[in-house]
Design a protein. Structure first.
Length: 299
């Protein structure tokens, strides 16, 4: 048994609250996680985790071992970060998190370019639609949409996310272009949501933000499906501008109601203060800031 690796597995189990989640975070199977925990308990001669079919909790011995093991792992990580920083070479595994749609459509296609530049760096990409806790989840860099509270993190603004309403020129010729948000009641609208037939779109009218109930011709919980329908001429869709940038540039879609667009929402890069000292993190942040607005063609 690699006791150091087993210690990492045990700490991740304690942090995650169950074996399956720990396995996903570490890239290990549930069988491997369970086997390493059992081997560690046998080596220590004590039970660290009380396990039932629905619940997991640390024993008194487990709590004592967890505190010390976590401290040891952090000291080792700090030593490695110090060595890497001193060497000045970007290397090692980089854990990156992003919202799922943004990560899949915009960030993921950029990663091959970064990996080609930084041949000694590997990336673990996690796409989740919730705020992540960088320190607790071992994340080096996170992309986050929306205003940020003062959290002690290092923040770099990357872009502005603008919601736009758009449709094909052919649809607008057939149905007419809405002049105000109230005109949408006479349009075919393609809306995002989990409740069929119920949708609201938000607009800015001068200093007033207005939310309107939108009549739904097609409702889906996936923006890709809605954009595909809009491109087929099925109606108007409200989406982040980055998702349809190429369709707007080549004229397949056209923005309407520009005068009523809400103010843009910031897209930021988040890192922990001590992680930004690492060459791999600094290189990745620099790469995103350099290439985000003008992504390079795929390799």
């Amino acid at each position: 048994m690699d006791k150091f690796a087993a210690m990492r597995v045990f700490v991740r189990i304690a942090d995650a609250g169950n074996l399956s989640a720990a396995g996903r975070q570490l890239g290990l199977s549930l069988t491997s996680v369970s086997r390493q925990l059992i081997a560690l308990e046998e080596a220590l001669g004590t039970t660290l985790v009380e396990r039932t079919t629905r619940h997991l909790s640390l024993t008194e011995s487990g709590l004592l071992y967890y505190e010390r093991a976590k401290q040891i792992l952090e000291e080792v990580a700090e030593a490695e970060r110090g060595l890497t920083t001193q060497m000045g070479v970007a290397s090692g595994r980089l854990h990156v998190s992003a919202p799922s749609l943004l990560g899949r459509l915009r960030l993921a296609p950029m990663l091959p370019g970064f990996l080609a530049e930084q041949t000694r760096v590997s990336i673990d990409l996690t796409l989740v639609d919730r705020p992540v806790h960088l320190a607790e989840e071992g994340i080096d860099v996170a992309l986050r949409i929306g205003p940020l509270e003062d959290s002690g993190l290092i923040v770099r603004k990357l872009d502005d996310i603008q919601l736009v309403v758009c449709a094909t020129p052919d649809y607008l010729r057939r149905r007419g272009e809405p002049a105000t948000p109230d005109d949408l009641v006479e349009q075919d609208c393609l809306t995002f949501g989990d409740v069929p037939g119920v949708a609201e779109w938000s607009f800015q009218d001068g200093a007033v933000r207005k939310s309107l109930r939108i009549p739904t011709r097609l409702c889906a919980n996936d923006f890709d499906a809605l954009v595909s329908a809009a491109l087929a001429g099925a109606g108007l869709v409200q989406v982040p501008s980055w998702q349809v940038a190429h369709c707007l540039a080549d004229g397949r879609l056209r923005i309407v109601l520009k005068a009523y667009q809400r103010p843009p929402t910031p897209l930021s890069i988040l890192t922990l203060r001590n992680r930004l000292l690492l060459p791999k993190v600094r290189a990745f942040v620099d790469f995103l800031q350099q290439h985000w607005m003008h992504p390079r063609p795929p390799l």
